[in-house]
Design a protein around this ligand. Structure first.
Ligand code: B12
Length: 337
């Protein structure tokens, strides 16, 4: 997509200009530009740029929300203009329970629809049991499961396991499944695709996969949800409360925090706990290390020094001394900061 068009569209979403963004999409379709290119090269690429601007503290959360809402409208305008009769089969597309990134999944839904699939788009945060009820009611050829943040991987695992039991093959996607989608296989998914376009090709050329019901689980999936993970999830509220009680003693600057800063710190400690739990669940240090590296950058851009994050990690670590894997993960992350 032409850089000027991309800049113009970013300016529109930045301004929350729904009418302008939908007019641009209609214009591009009138010029004969393929709907797929508009989705991938314009709407989707801009959303990633929005994420960078938010992470760099150049955009507020409200501005990001407004921009995302415009992206949703632009995608809806495109859908109205491009009807394709379903010729391939039926796909249930859902975000994992607790996963609120509905727009990436919606983009995938449109790409699949444009390729001739009938797509039942179930939206954000679909509880596993409702997904399974839907499968029994509709009998799709595939479940496409989106997970953008690794903290939702335990729920993704539960959903994948239930789909396997129902005999419906699962294609997984979204950055939550890790680099190269390597956690998708460990959690039992039949396939994984990096992008919506790759998913379209995979589903058109190589579906259904062999061994839908008897696909063997990888050998390294035996420990999923072990004792350390269970402890961390069960004690999450207490871990956060104790860390917050001890914060000012460990990090004197926190004594001057206003209530917003106290709330953000509690949220951050909650995120640390959740990412640590996900890393323990999947058995991957990298989930935690990546999160800490990312958080360091995000906090620094908001004027919070790395020592604050290091203190937060120590406050959690001190409460987990009897849990060797969790402690080792925290130590590796502390060294990284
Ligand atoms: C908008 C947005 C939100 C919105 C989502 C609203 C909505 N309706 O979607 C809201 C405000 C809810 C949100 C919340 C959060 N977000 Co957010 N969010 C984003 C943002 C800016 C854009 C998402 C998007 O639309 N991307 C565009 C799509 C197209 O990206 P894509 O990854 O290339 O998508 C393709 C593939 O992933 C793939 N794909 C996706 N699903 C599937 C499924 C299948 C089956 C297949 C095959 C393929 C596939 O196909 C897509 C199309 O090609 C991203 C930034 C980013 N880089 O994406 C952050 C981002 C995803 N969010 C992030 C975070 C951390 C959060 C929060 C934890 C923030 C917080 N502190 O509360 C919460 C978590 C909420 C939750 N529990 O889900 C991080 C995730 C980092 C990580 N991996 O750990 C990101 C990357 C921001 C960043 N720069 O760091 N967010």
């Amino acid at each position: 997509m032409d850089g000027t068009v991309a800049d113009y569209y970013l300016a529109l979403v930045s301004d929350g200009d729904e009418a302008g963004a939908t007019a641009l999409v209609n214009d591009l379709l009138d010029q004969g530009i393929a709907a797929q290119r508009i989705i991938v090269d314009l709407i989707s690429a801009t959303q990633r740029r929005v994420g960078e601007l938010w992470a760099a503290n150049e955009w507020s959360v409200a501005r990001e929300h407004a921009a995302t809402a415009v992206g949703e409208r632009a995608l809806a305008a495109l859908a109205v203009r491009t009807t394709v009769p379903p010729t391939r089969g039926r796909i249930a597309l859902a975000c994992v329970d607790g996963e609120w990134h509905g727009l990436p999944a919606r983009m995938l839904a449109e790409l699949l629809r444009l390729d001739g699939w009938r797509v039942d788009f179930l939206g954000a945060s679909v509880p596993g049991r409702h997904l399974i009820t839907h499968l029994h009611q509709t009998g799709p050829d595939a479940v496409a499961l989106s997970c953008m943040i690794p903290t939702r991987l335990p729920r993704a695992h539960a959903a994948i396991t239930a789909c396997r039991a129902a005999g419906v093959p699962v294609i997984a996607g979204g950055r939550g499944f890790g680099p190269g989608g390597r956690y998708a296989e460990r959690l039992g998914a039949h396939a994984w695709a990096a992008t919506g376009e790759e998913a379209v090709i995979r589903l058109a050329t190589d579906w259904p996969p062999p061994h839908v019901t008897d696909l063997p689980l990888p050998e390294d999936s035996f420990f999923l949800g072990d004792e350390e993970y269970t402890h961390l999830v069960r004690c999450r509220p207490q871990l956060i409360a104790t860390a917050m009680d001890r914060l000012a003693a460990a990090y004197p600057d926190a004594e001057r925090y206003n209530s917003n800063q106290v709330d953000s710190t509690a949220d951050d400690i909650g995120h640390i706990t959740d990412f640590l739990a996900a890393a323990l669940y999947v058995g991957e240090q990298q989930i935690f290390t990546d999160f800490i590296t990312w958080t360091t950058v995000v906090l620094e851009s908001r004027g919070v020094p790395p020592t604050a994050l290091r203190t937060g990690l120590h406050l959690i670590r001190d409460q987990l001394v009897d849990f060797p894997t969790a402690t080792a993960m925290l130590d590796a992350a502390i060294q990284r900061i």
